[in-house]
Write a protein that binds this ligand. Structure first.
Ligand code: AHR
Length: 512
């Protein structure tokens, strides 16, 4: 059975007259053969950029902001509730200028550097390897390191792996001197970041050789098993994936892909909180295009790796708007509205359909940068609408995908793209079925009729995320403007589920 084909299927209904209500017919297609939605699809990304690390995650143990060993408590607790499965660090572009030895040992001895990618901010290296791995332990998530290939050396990266994972030897002794007796576990290791750009401006031919060399010396110490990730393509660069898979496919466990919902790389990217209805639909169309982009990269990977051993990791994705006026240039601080929440839901729905190949994704970024989970100001924190989507979607983590056949009106949008009125994703875990439904329409309600195809359930409960307008956001002083509420608009009867969603809303239904 071709799950992708089925779950992506949205019938284009010509000349749809948008009545007061759109009607969507869904048939769930549960199957024992369905793949599992790896929880790592819900991964986060934390870069030394703006106030993501300093101020966002980390305030230091001496701070008056309530903290645990230097990690601010409000953010820590919010992330614990999100069940973050994996965190990528220290970049991004920063990774290829990061020298890990600068970030270990007594803080007062750590050298400073200029973060030349991101606003020329002075980095004091007070958040380094120990601070990152301890954070992952507190969050119970997998660390995902991005190694420096662009300006580093093979030796430097090899020693970093040794420092983190070896039980004995010179690097292990150094780690012990710095207060950590036992090695950490390290699974995910990125060999460079955006090696076609800020990570070294390599050609794919040259980088594939460099990748082969670097990965040779990244060893598995004391039972630790690295999952080695090659730096992959940006968006539509299919040649990069082709060359990498051809030249180095058998030496990697994963290859990355970056896809941002962005208007363009030069000029204005548009304001996060001010947009027209047309801009709103364009945004959803651009975000949904990740489906066809991922599919093309997957098709290339299938040529070289039909068994799907190598994972595709979308280790940077999300919206990228203009920086908020008055904020530090280069710090990529942006607000986050219900429109961003829609992008999160539609992207996650899309990633679910590729779960046989897409093994991890990392939204950019966890705090105060781009499409973040949390925004902080001094001792205050707000949870963004995007945070709440990740929360609504927790039941899908490690759930078995239930493909869905969806017939829904399609809207034509700018740049020849289409946006479905309704998007649906479903999964099952421990006898519980979770169905998430997004009504993208700005004005019409959506009636969604779901044929459960024999899935047994006697009770349905739900939560909804919506707001009066798509540009609504949570801010300091009004932190709960866009937050989930109980959803009572679903009914179960005779193996059928009917839900009526208000316009611009995201719902997760739990069936037991
Ligand atoms: O997430 C911000 C930046 O976007 C990352 O540093 C880089 O990898 C990408 O271009």
């Amino acid at each position: 059975m071709n799950f992708k084909a089925i779950s992506l299927c949205c019938l284009s209904v010509a000349a749809v007259s948008m009545s007061a209500k759109t009607v969507t017919e869904v048939r769930l297609l549960p199957s024992e053969e369905s793949p599992v939605i790896q929880k790592e699809i819900y991964g986060q990304f934390a870069e030394h950029l703006g106030t993501c690390i300093y101020g966002g995650l980390w305030v230091g143990p001496e701070s008056s902001i309530p903290n645990t060993q230097g990690y601010r408590n409000d953010v820590l607790n919010a992330l614990k509730e999100l069940k973050v499965p994996v965190m990528r660090w220290p970049g991004g572009c920063f990774a290829d200028e990061y020298h890990w030895m600068d970030g270990i040992g007594p803080k007062e001895n750590r050298p400073r550097m200029v973060n030349s990618n991101w606003g020329g901010t002075v980095e004091d290296n007070s958040f380094g390897t120990h601070e990152f791995f301890n954070l992952c332990e507190l969050l119970e998530c997998e660390p995902y390191l991005s190694g420096n290939v662009g300006s580093g050396t093979v030796e430097e990266l090899a020693k970093w792996v040794e420092y983190i994972t070896a039980e004995e030897g010179p690097m292990a002794n150094l780690r012990k001197q710095n207060g950590r007796e036992k090695p950490w576990k390290l699974k995910y290791l990125g060999v460079g970041n955006e090696s076609w750009g800020c990570g070294g401006s390599f050609t794919p031919e040259y980088y594939s050789d460099v990748y082969r060399r670097y990965q040779t010396y990244c060893r598995n110490f004391n039972g630790n098993r690295l999952y080695k990730v090659a730096s992959g393509a940006s968006d539509y660069d299919y040649n990069w994936t082709d060359v990498m898979m051809k030249n180095a496919g058998r030496m990697m466990d994963g290859i990355s892909l970056h896809y941002y919902t962005v208007l363009g790389w030069s000029g204005s990217k548009g304001a996060a909180t001010k947009f027209t209805d047309e801009d709103y639909y364009w945004t959803l169309g651009k975000c949904l295009e990740v489906g066809s982009v991922v599919k093309k990269h997957c098709d290339i990977m299938d040529k070289y790796d039909p068994e799907k051993r190598v994972g595709l990791l979308v280790d940077e994705w999300g919206t990228w708007w203009d920086e908020e006026p008055g904020t530090v240039p280069g710090h990529l601080y942006q607000q986050n509205t219900l429109r961003d929440a829609m992008v999160a839901a539609l992207s996650l729905n899309t990633f679910h359909t590729f779960t046989d190949r897409v093994k991890m994704t990392n939204i950019a970024q966890v705090a105060n940068v781009l499409q973040s989970m949390v925004l902080t100001k001094g001792d205050q924190m707000v949870l963004t609408p995007t945070y709440y989507v990740f929360k609504l979607y927790i039941p899908h983590q490690d759930g078995k995908l239930i493909p869905a056949n969806v017939e829904t009106p399609m809207r034509k949008v700018r740049d020849n793209r289409e946006v479905p009125a309704v998007s649906v994703t479903a999964s099952t875990r421990d006898g519980v079925t979770a169905i998430s439904i997004t009504n993208t329409d700005l004005t019409e309600e959506a009636q969604v009729n779901i044929d459960l195809s024999g899935i047994k359930a006697t009770k349905v409960s739900g939560e909804i995320l919506t707001a009066a307008s798509a540009d609504a956001y949570n801010d300091f002083g009004q932190p709960e403007k866009v937050s989930p509420r109980e959803f009572k608009g679903a009914k179960l009867s005779n193996g059928k589920l009917t839900a009526t969603l208000p316009s611009k809303s995201i719902v997760t239904l739990i069936l037991k």
